[in-house]
Write a protein of this length. Structure first.
Length: 255
């Protein structure tokens, strides 16, 4: 069964130097681009992270400093990658919590202001956890009755993720074969920023989703405690979170 899509669907996976969205960098990106007519394109690119790859990260994905020493930096490929994914929707495994926020950070660090918020995002892990609550390898075994070979290889993971997504749509009648529905279903929160530091509440109001002001409206906090804006802008928050916060702050000032 094919997936019912209106726009090209980019299924992607990142291998990185670690799991900190602010500090860590991409060392490999794999993209499986699926077109509405069913055609597919697969691309894999190693990236020089411009920082040492920790041994614990290499232990997971097998990529060493020597493997990426002659690879391009993200900044060098950012514009061509942005053009390649323009107009596409996205899918990944744990992508809404990690891969997407990190990708957005890399684009901002490279000075490429791509508006990913206009796209739909399907997190296959979220669908899986809501339905079965297991891991990628277990999901592959469960839905396809096959063992996942070369796990933590970005290319193998992207293909497995797409196969699982198709199998999920076929297995569960309550899952509509529609990117808009799947994107909404695979989101736990209505994130305003990719990292989920700011979300929309039930009334569509932007509220903080962390710290002492969790659940409070961002505008009300900034009015009552203006220094909170400066604290966040100077703190170790993702660049995209700071961008979203600044947009809210400027709109508040204009009123």
């Amino acid at each position: 069964m094919g997936l019912n899509i209106k726009n090209p669907l980019v299924v992607f996976d990142l291998e990185t130097t670690g799991i900190d969205v602010v500090k860590d960098r991409i060392v490999e990106i794999a993209v499986l681009k699926v077109f509405p007519n069913g055609n597919r394109e697969s691309k894999v690119r190693r990236i020089n992270p411009e920082m040492p790859i920790p041994p614990e990260a290499t232990a997971v994905h097998g990529i060493t400093d020597d493997d990426v020493k002659d690879a391009p930096t993200f900044k060098e490929i950012a514009k061509s990658l942005a053009n390649y994914i323009e107009g596409c929707d996205f899918a990944g495994f744990n992508s809404n919590k990690f891969d997407l926020p990190l990708l957005a950070e890399e684009f901002l660090r490279a000075g490429v202001d791509i508006d990913l918020k206009k796209r739909k995002f399907i997190d296959v892990q979220t669908i899986f956890h809501k339905m079965e609550k297991r891991t990628l390898a277990a999901a592959y075994k469960f839905y396809l009755d096959k063992d996942l070979v070369n796990a933590h290889s970005a290319e193998a993971d992207t293909l497995a993720t797409f196969e699982i997504l198709c199998a999920q749509v076929e297995r569960y009648p309550e899952l509509k074969n529609d990117v808009d529905f799947l994107s909404e279903f695979s989101s736990f929160n209505r994130n305003v920023d990719f990292a989920g530091r700011i979300i929309l509440d039930d009334k569509g109001v932007e509220v903080f989703n962390f710290g002492k002001h969790k659940g409070k409206a961002v505008v009300e906090v900034l009015k009552a405690e203006p220094s909170y804006y400066s604290w966040m802008m100077n703190g170790e928050f993702p660049l995209y979170t700071k961008k979203v916060l600044t947009n809210i702050y400027l709109k508040m000032k204009q009123k």
